[in-house]
Design a protein around this ligand. Structure first.
Ligand code: FMN
Length: 262
């Protein structure tokens, strides 16, 4: 399958070239037209060599997607890179910068910890009454970036958001330390707080209330980001980095892979 976006960009450039050819045509029209012909040739070659559908037949066109970029499943590649980062990063290799957008279109970003990579998406946990949750619920979509300084690699992900609640969220909550569980009860995440002492007093209240076995708060749980786009980036000499973007129309659809200019 061809890379629609590269094709659209090049076609637009060709249109601009044609307009230029017409505009400057009075002097030497063939020059502008030669440029248009060049762009159209570029469009033909780029769309064939730059992108390919994931899987047997089309993938041969991306013959230089090997080494750390190899694999038929992008989720498995992210997992493999994360496994490597766990051996090299000083701390929190699973920290992601999660980007959301509010109702006015104002972007927002903060770190959260990626807790699971499943076939359908990337899972993290948070407070459902927090600013991020409001923005996630409002837009239904989010993006994140993973960056490992030690590996000089980056993974960018965009997609739709779905809650992870019920037994799955209960099980994850139960796996956390007692203090973290009580802290989740005590914190009204993203709300103004008068003083730290108020938070400590609230932890004491929640400890008296729940003892040593606090259930998962109803306002706390997970989100799964179901990707429609995943980009793998690795540092290259002299800024000639490698980038491969996987894109699909929705969950379950075939992936299209493009090598991108750095
Ligand atoms: C390394 C790191 C990991 C974090 N992990 C989480 C997390 O998993 N869940 C969470 O709710 N907040 C986490 N935080 C705190 C968030 O960055 C943020 O302060 C908080 O979620 C409130 O964000 P909001 O007001 O945009 O909702 C983490 C912060 C850092 C620096």
């Amino acid at each position: 399958m061809r890379c629609f976006y590269a094709k659209a960009w090049i076609a637009a450039s060709a249109r601009r070239g044609a307009a230029l050819a017409l505009a400057t045509g009075a002097a030497r029209p063939w020059r502008g037209l030669r440029g248009v012909a060049k762009l159209l040739t570029l469009a033909r070659t780029r769309t064939v060599t730059g992108c390919a559908q994931s899987g047997a037949a089309g993938e041969g066109q991306l013959s230089d997607r090997g080494g750390i970029f190899a694999g038929a499943d992008p989720m498995a590649i992210v997992q493999r890179w994360l496994d490597e980062a766990e051996l090299t990063e000083p701390n929190d290799p699973n920290a992601i910068a999660l980007a959301t957008v509010d109702a006015a279109g104002m972007p927002n970003v903060r770190m959260v910890l990626l807790k699971e990579i499943r076939p359908e998406g990337f899972v993290f946990y948070t407070n459902y009454e927090s600013a991020k949750a409001g923005e996630i619920e409002g837009a239904g979509r989010a993006a994140f970036v993973l960056h490992w300084k030690s590996l000089r690699r980056q993974v960018r992900v965009r997609g739709a958001m779905r809650r992870v609640e019920g037994a799955e969220a209960d099980a994850y909550f139960a796996s956390r330390s007692l203090k973290s569980r009580l802290g989740a009860w005590a914190s009204r995440q993203s709300q103004p707080l008068g003083a730290r002492a108020e938070l400590i007093a609230e932890v004491a209240r929640q400890t008296a209330r729940h003892g040593t076995n606090p259930p998962r708060p109803p306002f706390w749980g997970g989100y799964c980001l179901e990707p429609v786009e995943i980009e793998f980036w690795a540092d290259g000499a002299f800024r000639l980095h490698d980038r491969f973007r996987w894109r699909r129309s929705g969950p379950g659809a075939a992936w299209e892979i493009c090598r991108l200019s750095p």
